[in-house]
Write a protein that binds this ligand. Structure first.
Ligand code: NCD
Ligand code: ZN
Length: 348
């Protein structure tokens, strides 16, 4: 049987939520990944070191006892974020980054930032303390077409931020366009990007053609095929600026199958299988380990993992739903066949 062994990957962008939803979804991430950057867009958002440490404790409680997993915490930037919070976060070992949501850009981003210039002193502090800034790169201007929001953000905001703070380490999260790929390639080595499985595997037809498919709706929204091709080329290029971030973002099925459906795809249950499918399609399975297991750790200046995992080529069908009777979560590609399957983490 065909197998593929990798140093165990990390997920550099994931939403694990809190409460009962956390207990339901975290085991999937913890089984596949050694570490993950935990997004802070809870309700209310995780804006202080104290809140991040409390959230971290809640996550640690939800990790199955037979797996090793380390949550890497982040803080949510708001217009009220103080310089002293940045300083404290930088001095706290388990906190690894700040997340910038333009206010209104996505799920639970209302407390985010409207006026980027207003937080320039905070960005200067992040640069000074060498704390990475993770960016949801979309403008929120309602007159801007939703398919253009990432490109316009890069043109009108990100280019300026990078120019003003060239030593600030930036991760442009979940890139979806050719323009984002080009921006990251052209920027200095302090700029990197995460890429999700859905943006590598699907274009906007998956969402809109032949019926509206809410489980393919995430933000930034899926784009045209040439953009997908550009993302796939970047992910499989071996360029260390591009690394794995699933953006697995579970919502209850009922909230997605809705007149105003939530944004977010749940992929954590088979994240590596999805990436393996994308890399295999591009004839680039040999590039998966760098993307999934090395480049993110290098960017975050964390040691690479040493344990390995194995994927086996053995087809299986994605179930229609994950969770419990009360917490029903429809997975990405429910009912479809995946060719790869992860075995338990290999014994040390
Ligand atoms: C994310 C969520 O649900 O928290 N949704 C999404 O579509 N990706 C938020 C985000 O990362 O934009
Ligand atoms: Zn996200």
């Amino acid at each position: 049987m065909k197998t593929l062994s990798l140093i165990q990957p990390d997920d550099w962008h994931v939403h694990v939520r809190n409460g009962d939803l956390l207990k339901t979804v975290l085991p999937y991430t913890a089984r596949q990944f050694a570490r993950a950057i935990i997004m802070p867009n809870l309700k209310p958002p995780v804006t202080t070191v104290a809140q991040a440490l409390a959230y971290r404790a809640e996550i640690l409680q939800a990790i199955p006892s037979d797996v090793n997993f380390t949550p890497l915490m982040t803080l949510y930037l708001t217009p009220q974020t103080t310089l002293s919070e940045v300083q404290q976060a930088a001095a706290t070992e388990s906190i690894h980054a700040f997340k910038l949501y333009p206010a209104g850009a996505t799920t639970n981003s209302e407390a985010g930032v409207n006026d980027l210039r207003g937080i320039f002193p905070i960005l200067a502090a992040l640069e000074k303390y060498d704390m990475p800034l993770l960016i949801h790169g979309e403008v929120t201007d309602e007159s801007c077409d939703i398919f253009d929001r990432e490109r316009v953000f890069i043109d009108t905001q990100l280019t300026q931020i990078h120019h003003q703070f060239p030593a600030l380490r930036i991760v442009l999260e979940h890139v979806t366009t050719t323009e984002a790929v080009q921006f990251v390639q052209a920027a200095n080595t302090n700029v990197a990007a995460t890429i999700t499985p859905q943006h590598l595997l699907f274009n906007r037809n998956a969402l809109l053609a032949g019926g509206l498919r809410p489980h393919f709706y995430c933000l930034p929204v899926l784009k045209r095929e040439p953009h997908r091709q550009a993302l796939l080329a970047a992910a499989t290029s071996g360029n260390p600026k591009f690394f794995l971030g699933t953006d697995s973002a579970p919502h209850l099925s009922a909230l997605k199958e809705n007149a105003c459906g939530c944004a977010g795809c749940f992929s954590a249950f088979a994240a590596l299988e999805f990436y393996a499918a994308a890399f295999e399609d591009a004839n680039a399975l040999d590039k998966l380990e760098g993307f999934a297991s090395f480049y993110g750790a290098d960017f975050y200046r964390l040691p690479r993992n040493t344990q390995t995992i194995t994927l086996v080529k053995s087809a299986w069908q994605i179930p229609p739903v994950y969770g419990t009777a009360d917490i029903r979560i429809t997975p990405l590609q429910a009912g479809e066949i995946l060719q790869w399957q992860m075995q338990s983490p290999d014994a040390l």
